[in-house]
Design a protein around this ligand. Structure first.
Ligand code: XMP
Length: 333
């Protein structure tokens, strides 16, 4: 019998023993793994933990504020929020190749994080300096880096990971979730007091909206996309499937909106519009290696489309992606 309370007590004791009176840095992304790692480590060592939350400007609507409200506001975790939007946008100007965008976002992310970590390592007012870097590595990540991944002959997309960072920073590694599967991490998160809707969120890629804005990334595109995507996700969360009693957010594995930088003609009132197009993507998958497009109800799609076109000035057309993986990928880039 695996009882979560006992598990937490044991994990907390282990972290305390490993860290002693030293200090820990953790890169908080708002994703499930780093969030649960932060909550667990905070439970163990409180103020000896400092989280660094890098906002690259490619997050979902209000995400930065939500992360801060949750961790700094509710859980009283030390969190440093770094708004690096301008730095990221600057480096991404004129870049439209998907892999080039991924590499820039990954590289800048590491740069920004390293600069903050170096400050924390040096120590400041009241802090003697961090010696540990915590990461939300989970068991499937451990297996993946152990060679299973090398079976894949071609890299279709380079997923940026922050391997090698502890060595580069001269910090010891703390990975309290290393033995857990994703569903166990989620249960742990709920037991630690994280809200279920945060812990059961769809996965969000590291490069964020950077791979959901096709081609060159512009601030204007990111702002339009954020608002359209928030409407789609809200409707998925608010619409239940009669047969299962579950929401369409729960029934899909991943759902999001993609910004297409093409304009099409529309009509509004007496006038003609010439505005952007967004695509809705929703998939059902168990491993993200293959995926089916979700058969969302027409009424739901219609509501989402009406709301986006009425509420987001600058978008006048919404399309639904009916491509499986393979041959399409889940993301559009
Ligand atoms: P694709 O688009 O390759 O995506 O079918 C499979 C899963 O991986 C996610 N994904 C990423 N995650 N960095 C990430 O952290 C990335 O660059 C990246 N690209 C794709 C995607 O969201 C889906 O869940």
């Amino acid at each position: 019998d695996w009882i979560m309370g006992d598990y937490i007590a044991e994990a907390v004791a282990k972290i305390k023993a490993q860290v002693g009176d030293e200090e820990v840095i953790l890169g908080l992304s708002g994703g499930v793994d780093s969030s649960v790692a932060a909550a667990l480590i905070h439970r163990a060592i409180g103020d000896q933990l400092t989280c660094v939350f890098v906002d690259h400007g490619l997050l979902r609507l209000n995400e930065g504020d939500l992360v801060m409200d949750m961790f700094a506001g509710r859980l009283h975790v030390n969190v440093i929020r770094v708004d690096a939007t301008n730095q990221f946008m600057g480096h991404l100007t004129g870049v439209s190749d998907p892999e080039a965008k991924r590499k820039i976002i990954g590289r800048e992310f590491v740069e920004v994080f390293k600069a903050e970590a170096a400050k924390l390592k040096a120590g400041t007012g009241g802090h003697k300096g961090a010696t540990f870097l915590a990461q939300g590595t989970i068991y499937p990540d451990v297996i993946e880096s152990g060679g299973a991944k090398s079976k894949k002959a071609v890299t279709i997309k380079s997923h940026h990971n922050v391997g090698g960072l502890p060595e580069q920073l001269g910090l010891k590694l703390l990975e309290p979730l290393r033995d857990l599967f994703k569903d166990e991490v989620r249960e742990l998160g709920v037991a630690l007091g994280l809200p279920a809707d945060m812990v059961y969120r769809h996965p969000f890629p590291g490069p964020g909206l950077g791979v959901r804005i096709l081609g060159e990334i512009k601030q204007e595109y990111a702002d339009l996309l954020r608002r359209a995507d928030a409407i789609f996700i809200e409707e998925l969360r608010n619409t239940k499937d009669e047969a299962t009693g579950k929401t369409w957010y729960e029934l899909t594995s991943q759902a999001f909106t993609v910004f297409l930088p093409v304009k099409s003609v529309g009509v509004m009132g007496d006038g003609r519009t010439y505005d952007y197009v967004v695509a809705l993507r929703a998939v059902i998958t168990s491993d993200f290696m293959t995926a089916h497009w979700a058969e969302l109800p027409y009424a739901l799609l219609g509501r989402v489309s009406n709301r986006i076109i009425n509420e987001v000035r600058g978008i006048n057309r919404v399309v639904y992606d009916v491509s499986g993986k393979p041959p399409a990928t889940i993301e559009w880039e």
